[in-house]
Design a protein around this ligand. Structure first.
Ligand code: NAD
Ligand code: WQD
Length: 361
């Protein structure tokens, strides 16, 4: 398939491009580079051995810009990564988050349907479960209260896409709820490139290890977890990328090989597997690791020091979050292949080879 990849220059998008091309697909990237660097796309091209990836420096809120992309390419589906993702910043700038993430997606989806492209994979997040009512979390777990506007944009956009699919059954919608993506491509050429002080655990650890930051603050050691620190389902970004390739099969109609031809959904419960045109998957490993598990694995595998000290809990954090990824395995044939040692090794390989991230352009 030829896939529109919005946000393709970003962390998860760039890794997904590699897996798409490896699987025989092609892609067109739309990214406004608000949180990324075009060097990532050049390195993706180098990894997969093509001259370049078609790229438009375009904002998904720019209708005319998107029209041009669709006029110039025949696109079968969209993998929609573009969005702002900093939890803390979203609390400071709610309007900007709602406008960018929700406004942008509404424009994107409108242009897609005008061009008859009605297949979309959306980057959702475990954050939509709020403080989950069950652990491990299955897709049947009810959505919860988000603690920040970023989380609400994901929760609301899931609803928007579900409603659009319900009203027009030519749409095929796949919602992938990512758990905690870490790691980097094993080549060390592409990886996570946060601006400023990292919010997330793994880039903070790697920046301490490389000497850019003095020590890691561990946010709380009094949670009801085995060692008192928060437990999460970390997933290698290459595994996460592969899940998108696996999810594309939801757009294939087996009888005639056409994309996105609708049949009648049989039940209202969108969490069940009964609507073949609307599916939700947890994308994680199913294993929970604590903050200290991650630090210790990083130190052991990479033989580097990561000084840390215990700090107060961070507002909005929950104790434990990991999933049951069985549905993705059963329906997509996808499961995570990389373990915690691979995650910490590849995160460090990226950081030590690119201590300043991508070069300024
Ligand atoms: P990222 O910031 O590296 O990538 C997002 C990309 O979207 C960036 O390249 C940015 O420049 C681009 N972008 C933002 N707004 C845009 C707009 N209006 N028009 C065009 N491009 C725009 O983030 P990521 O970690 O690769 O995340 C990708 C997606 O996955 C996001 O939607 C994010 O919310 C979601 N997600 C991420 C995580 C995580 O922990 N990284 C977890 C769950 C979900
Ligand atoms: C992981 C653990 C922290 C930093 C966030 C978003 C979520 C999703 C993924 C997009 C927690 C602890 C962290 C530090 C620490 N993003 N920690 N010191 O909070 O699970 O999820 O990213 O959708 O929406 O909320 O990830 O990496 O920030 O934290 O002790 O400097 O590490 O308290 O237990 P989180 P994280």
């Amino acid at each position: 398939m030829n896939i529109l990849v919005t946000g393709g220059a970003g962390f998860i998008g760039s890794h997904t491009l590699v897996e798409l091309y490896k699987a025989g697909h092609t892609a067109v990237v739309v990214d406004n580079l608000s949180n990324s660097n075009p060097t990532a796309l050049r390195r993706v091209a180098e990894i997969i051995g093509v001259a370049e990836i078609p790229f438009y420096k375009t904002d998904i809120r720019d209708r005319e810009g998107l029209e041009r992309v669709f006029a110039e390419h025949k696109l079968d589906a969209c993998i929609h990564f573009a969005g702002l993702k900093a939890v803390g910043e979203s609390v400071e700038k709610p309007w900007e988050y709602y406008e960018n993430n929700i406004g942008g997606t509404l424009t994107l989806v409108d242009v897609m349907r005008r061009h008859g492209c009605k297949n979309i994979i959306f980057s959702s997040s475990a954050t939509v479960y709020g403080d989950p009512v069950e652990i491990p979390i299955t897709e049947m777990c009810p959505k919860g209260q988000c603690t920040n506007p970023y989380g609400w944009t994901k929760s609301m956009l899931e609803q928007v896409l579900m409603d659009i699919q319900k009203a027009d059954r030519e749409w095929n919608v796949v919602l992938l709820r990512y758990f905690n993506p870490v790691g980097a491509h094993p080549s060390g050429r592409i990886g996570e490139n946060p601006n400023g002080i990292p919010n997330n655990l793994m880039p903070y650890i790697t920046q301490v290890a490389v000497g850019k930051r003095k020590e890691l603050g561990v946010f709380g050691n009094d949670y009801p977890t085995p060692d008192g620190t928060g437990v999460r389902d970390y997933i290698h970004v290459v595994d996460l990328a592969a899940a998108h390739v696996a999810a594309l099969k939801r757009f294939l109609k087996p009888e005639n090989g056409e994309y996105g031809t609708a049949t009648e959904p049989s039940a209202a419960n969108i969490h069940s597997t009964s609507n073949p045109h609307l599916s939700i998957y947890n994308i994680g490993t199913g294993h929970g690791y604590s903050v200290l598990d991650m630090v210790k694995a990083f130190v052991r595998v990479n033989a580097v020091d990561v000084p840390y000290s215990i700090k107060p809990r961070r507002a909005g954090d929950i104790a434990t979050c990991y999933c049951n990824p069985a549905k993705a395995k059963a329906e997509l044939g996808w499961e995570a292949r990389y373990d915690i040692d691979d995650m910490v090794r590849d995160s460090w390989n990226w950081q030590k080879n690119n201590p300043e991230g991508y070069p300024e352009v």
